[in-house]
Design a protein. Structure first.
Length: 126
C-alpha cells in the first residue's frame, strides 16, 4: 500500500510540474527571445516564417484542351476527359455541370483550374 501511495504522489508531482511548464513555457520563451536580442543588438532578426504562397497554375481551357491536358485536372481521367471533349463547345465552365458532363462535387474541386475561352472571329471589314 505504501508503494502505491508513493507512486501516486510522484504522479501528482509530475502532473503539477507538467502543468506549470505548460503555463510558463510561452512566457519563458518570449522573455528568452527578448533577452537574446537585447544581449546582442548587432544581430539582425530573421524574418518570421511566412506561409508558402500557392504556385500559380495556368488554367486549362475546356474548349480547346486535348485529352492529356484535361487529365492533369484533379478527378479527371480518360472517361471524364472524353465526355468533356464530346460536349464542346462551352459558353462557361459551369456548363460542365449543367450539361451533366460531370457531377457537382468533382466540378467544385477543379472549377478554379479551368476556363471556357471563346474563339474570337475577326470582324468583317465594311
Amino acid at each position: 500500500m505504501l508503494r502505491w501511495c508513493a507512486g501516486q504522489r510522484q504522479c501528482r508531482r509530475a502532473a503539477a510540474a507538467l502543468c506549470a511548464t505548460a503555463v510558463l513555457c510561452p512566457v519563458g520563451l518570449s522573455v528568452a527571445a527578448t533577452a537574446s536580442v537585447v544581449a546582442r543588438p548587432g544581430l539582425a532578426l530573421a524574418p518570421a516564417n511566412k506561409p508558402a504562397q500557392p504556385v500559380a497554375v495556368k488554367p486549362v481551357d475546356i474548349n480547346s484542351a486535348d485529352r492529356a491536358e484535361l487529365k492533369t485536372l484533379p478527378g479527371v481521367g480518360d472517361a471524364e476527359a472524353g465526355r468533356i471533349i464530346t460536349a464542346r463547345p462551352y459558353l462557361s465552365k459551369a456548363e460542365l455541370v449543367t450539361k451533366k458532363v460531370m457531377p457537382t462535387g468533382p466540378y467544385l474541386s477543379l472549377k478554379d483550374r479551368v476556363v471556357a475561352l471563346q474563339k474570337r472571329t475577326p470582324k468583317a471589314k465594311s
